[in-house]
Design a protein around this ligand. Sequence first.
Ligand code: SAH
Length: 213
Amino acid sequence: MKDTFKHQGMRQQLVETLVKKGIKDQNVLAAIGKIPRHLFMDSGFIDHAYQDKAFPIAADQTISQPYTVAFQSELMAVKRGDKVLEIGTGSGYQTAVLLELGAKVYSIERQQELFKKTSKFLPKIGYRAKKLVFGDGYKGLEEEAPFKSIIVTAGAPFVPNPLLSQLEIGGRLVIPVGEDIQIMTLFIRKGPKEFEKHELGEFRFVPLLEDKN
Ligand code: SAH
């Protein structure tokens, strides 16, 4: 588990690519410049870790494209100490970005294999989430609500109501909505029943799956 000068150099190039593609949040760029993405990937793909692409991980899932991670993180507008919820822990890369931003992170994963692997891996490289949960993200995490922001890292066919209701007032839900292609959607909770909705372009994610347990 090495992080070499070569890796660091490639990471800086990735950061420059993200700047060119329009990412502005300096804290997000710094997090991506710091996190050794190659350690989150299966060995066969390590050489490609600093390309701005999604790659396969275990259980037929993917580590999201760095641009997507940066775009979603920017929309969350994380401040140090924010309590945030992630749906779809996957490789833990997005989790690590949120931790670098100073958030208290709760993250849910429904694939047991990934849940186990990532629960072991993240602390090994120094990333401590508040709680990693094996469960169904459609339900959110009622016992820890409300959250300052919630990020969904899989394509949701619809917006799950529990996620909206677990936001604090002023809180933000960042969720790609759609079946084959998803529209990145930001909801800002303005009041108990009022939400502002912004649609921010097309993305492609693996699907947010219904509970199989
Ligand atoms: N944030 C991850 C992205 C992984 S891809 C990363 O950076 O690597 C999306 C993840 O969502 C997959 O791991 C998938 O297993 C998980 N997922 C799909 N449906 C889910 C659900 N209903 N609840 C929680 N996680 C889910």
